[in-house]
Design a protein around this ligand. Structure first.
Ligand code: PHE
Length: 345
């Protein structure tokens, strides 16, 4: 049978759809656009949908079957092109999403600005470590002390100049006088007495901490600085042990070839007393005070001076850092300027 050629041929729009669909599908750039185009090309309101609805008006069964098949073939063809394009677009979109999410594992990390210990603290830590490696333990004690522990227990008489207001910072705390008076400790030595009162020999202890003196600030004085106290008490400790221990310390801290010498000195709480000097960076320099624990101190804390002997020493942490690093102005260590401090990291 000849197809009837009339102006309202329902297959007309399908012909133009067939000729343009391929290019339009290829031109679509996203899945969302493709979904819209799919509705336009093969949806209920598309020419294909309309043509399907028109099938019912065709009376001739053969013609109806042929047209129906033609419509379905076209719909299948267009849908296949849409599906292929959808797969391509999905692949492109996924690739783009992955590219956008990409983590560049080769990108160098952003450096974290880490804090470090202050030079005074790292100096204290290093000194304490040297004694810990010799078997010493570490203790700390109060910065606000009584006249008793700061002076009396250490055999420092009531008349000693260091007890004067011009040297010691007294705290206006309570009514105490003399032994009861509260002050900022002028040295870490009161911990000798406190430690021995609460521990039985043998004692091998170092005590780092802040100390305070009524000094004007200048290149060699600060009203607050740090000391490391050392105390060794045992059955048969001699001055040779003191010398060997402190010479070992000097070599560990300043370098293997550091020489030391001991010069007689006076401290009320040691007898005999000495200053240890070290030869470093081409000159002799005073490092610390030391001596054999005065039997009078043993008696104060209840140790039998006929049974025990011991030595004690006290050194300034800032002084150790200055000698080692060739720092000539103590105030550099109290300056918060990182450009100064970072030189000693
Ligand atoms: N306490 C003394 C000072 O500050 C140092 C010292 C400690 C001396 C222990 C002898 C024994 O100068």
């Amino acid at each position: 049978m000849m197809p009837t050629a009339n102006l309202s041929d329902p297959m007309e729009p399908l012909e133009s759809l067939r000729s343009t669909a391929g290019a339009r599908i290829e031109a679509v750039a996203s899945i969302a656009e493709l979904d819209a185009l799919e509705a336009e090309l093969v949806g209920r309101n598309s020419p294909i949908g309309a043509a399907r609805r028109g099938l019912g008006t065709i009376e001739d069964a053969d013609e109806r079957r042929d047209q129906g098949k033609a419509i379905n073939d076209l719909a299948t063809e267009v849908s296949a092109a849409i599906d292929a394009r959808r797969a391509t677009l999905a692949a492109i979109e996924e690739r783009e999403a992955l590219a956008a999410d990409r983590v560049d594992v080769t990108l160098p990390g952003r450096p974290v600005r880490r804090g470090t210990s202050h030079l005074v603290q790292s100096t204290i830590d290093e000194i304490v470590d040297i004694f810990v490696s010799l078997g010493y333990t570490v203790a700390d004690g109060p910065e606000a002390e009584t006249g008793f522990y700061n002076f009396t227990a250490l055999n420092i008489p009531e008349t000693h100049p260091s007890r004067h207001e011009s040297d010691t910072l007294y705290l206006d705390y309570g009514e105490g006088t003399g032994d009861e008076e509260v002050l900022l400790r002028t040295h870490t030595s009161p911990m000798q007495a406190r430690y021995m009162e609460t521990h039985e020999p043998p004692v091998y202890v170092v005590v780092p901490g802040k100390v305070f003196r009524a000094d004007e600030i200048d290149a060699t004085h600060l009203p607050v600085f740090h000391q490391i106290e050392g105390l060794a008490v045992d059955g048969s400790i001699t001055f040779a042990d003191l010398k060997g221990t402190l010479a070992h310390f000097a070599k560990e801290f300043f370098g293997r070839d550091t020489e030391v010498k001991f010069i007689p000195h006076y401290f009320p709480f040691t007898e005999p007393s000495a200053e240890m000097h070290a030869y470093t960076k081409g000159q002799w320099i005073e490092l610390l005070g030391c001596g054999m624990v005065n039997p009078a101190v043993f008696e104060q804390v209840g140790y039998d001076p006929d049974v025990y002997t011991g030595f004690a020493f006290g050194m300034g942490a800032e002084r150790m850092a200055m000698v080692r690093h060739g720092i000539t102005d103590l105030r550099a260590l109290a300056d918060p300027d990182l450009r100064i401090l970072e030189q000693y990291r």
